[in-house]
Design a protein around this ligand. Sequence first.
Ligand SMILES: Cc1cc2nc3c(=O)[nH]c(=O)nc-3n(C[C@H](O)[C@H](O)[C@H](O)COP(=O)(O)OP(=O)(O)OC[C@H]3O[C@@H](n4cnc5c(N)ncnc54)[C@H](O)[C@@H]3O)c2cc1C
Length: 574
Amino acid sequence: MVDVVRHDVVIVGGGGAGLRAAIAVVEADPTASVALVSKVYPMRSHTVSAEGGAAAVARADDSLEMHGYDTVKGSDFLGDQDVIQYFVEEAPKELSQLERWGCPFSRNEDGTVSTRAFGGMTTKRTWYATDKIGFHMLHALFQTSMKYDNIVRLDEHFVTKLLVEDGQCGGVAALDVRTGEMKAILGRSVILCTGGGGKVWPFTTNGNIKTGDGMALAYREGVPLKDMEFVQYHPTGLPGTGILITEATRGEGGYLINSEGERFLTTRDYGVGTKAELGPRDMISRAIMLEVRAGRGIKVPGKVGEYAHLDLRHLGEEIIDSRLPFVRELSRTYANVDPVHEPIPIRPVLHYMMGGVDVDIDGKANLDGLYAAGETACVSLNGANRLGSNSLTECLVFGARAGQHAIAQSKDTSEIAESKLVAQADAEGGRIADLRGKKAGSETISGVRETLNDIMEEGTGVYRDQTRMAKAVTDLAALRARYDAISLSDTSKVFNTEILAMMELRNLLDVAETVATGAVNRKESRGAHACEDFPDRDDENYLHHSLVYREESGTRFDTKPVTLGKWEPVLRSY
Ligand SMILES: Cc1cc2nc3c(=O)[nH]c(=O)nc-3n(C[C@H](O)[C@H](O)[C@H](O)COP(=O)(O)OP(=O)(O)OC[C@H]3O[C@@H](n4cnc5c(N)ncnc54)[C@H](O)[C@@H]3O)c2cc1C
């Protein structure tokens, strides 16, 4: 039988959302015990790579009202306004607290917190720590979590299944990567904080571990995924690798230029108005694609395509070195250009998923005992397009709230038949054991993954149309047969990374299916979902959230109303 461990709350994920949730649980109930399960050592979570900053009102010329409206408008009116209201109110408290926990935000001469401009925000609202906010934020959270003995870490444990009995989630089955043994990690509630799934697409800023695991785990248990068609392309990734060049470069005054050296966001009408480079990400990504289509892209050989240039030269070496040192380092190392002297080649790359596990404002999913927070969740803060720097703050605000509610709720939950949960984990252990060195057909993990990436780039890129989206749905269904025909070669138990890649690929396929299904069902253009055959927003028919369910017979699509409030939908222009 599998090893069994018991805690009050099981948190899957040691990134910004997971660590914040863990601290919230033990602060709310000092007697509670938390299992913090992560497939990598927590400091390697994707949060660590965040560069630009985290948004919260800090300045005298700013207000909660303005942050609220910027977020609503950025979301193309698909964000839930009660969620947005709570978010902007909590944001400054969370960031101030993070500073007390040790996050070294950059400061002005007079000692106040320094904020920088970010796309779609009307004033400087993004708190930063040079261009390494993610590292500092994660570090502050990680060291704070270490104060609590009752946060028990299970590093390098890969969760493969939620344990669900009688309509109640009572834990997870996790593979201990170091030993290859399966564990049943039981808790009265589970919080999924597993981040996004950018690896569904070929060009992405996302680390290799971002394979949408939590979304897929919930989806497979019948929990709907919400607004999955909305995926964010960041305008400035390095062409070959997808490595992010932070929006802070434009916040500090960087320009985008085409092959003719023209600053096209100011000379042509791309809907960003006077905001120019500080327009929202969806619009700027589309502008770059249109420049390339018009023959003004900068060509490179191979699959990488064409791109534009990000020009920082006019900022000068001093500003670049003091505010954007990491950008200089990344450009030199990965693009062989020094931004002090040359423009940086960039292209839109997949960056963030607005959609995720459908949860309410408390982070609760449509399955008792199950919660989600951070990028894996869709609490409906970001709607159809996220504003840069709202995400890290979202991890804090809604990670904390999910933690508080998960522990409060777990007290009055009836005990679930433990033996049944353990039996499920046992069966899961058997399934994984059968995968080791499995001989099936002639397919390979990399082959199927490459086809998946191609299907999604073609069908769910910056620009989409009905024919290509429908083709993505059909092609993905066919790809499942190829997944089943993958043969594996590694039979070892210890650090069998081939098995992990196989399970991650299954998660990617599930997530991709929901993205394509959501996309094909939205016959309008809104936020990041730009349909060439339905170029306008259609509030009459589509001002709703999308839900995709997994059922025995396949996917089922449904909708859910948007929570509106004081801000009526109007045409989104800048
Ligand atoms: C390069 C980059 C820069 C960014 N910059 C900014 C920025 O400046 N400002 C901003 O607001 N946002 C930024 N974002 C977005 C933001 O960083 C992320 O959305 C956010 O950090 C996600 O945090 P998270 O806690 O939800 O997930 P993550 O930090 O991705 O953590 C996920 C955790 O889940 C664990 N996990 C996943 N699957 C499993 C499994 N099967 N079993 C066990 N554990 C599992 C992982 O081990 C990890 O600990 C950036 C994103 C990227 C990619």
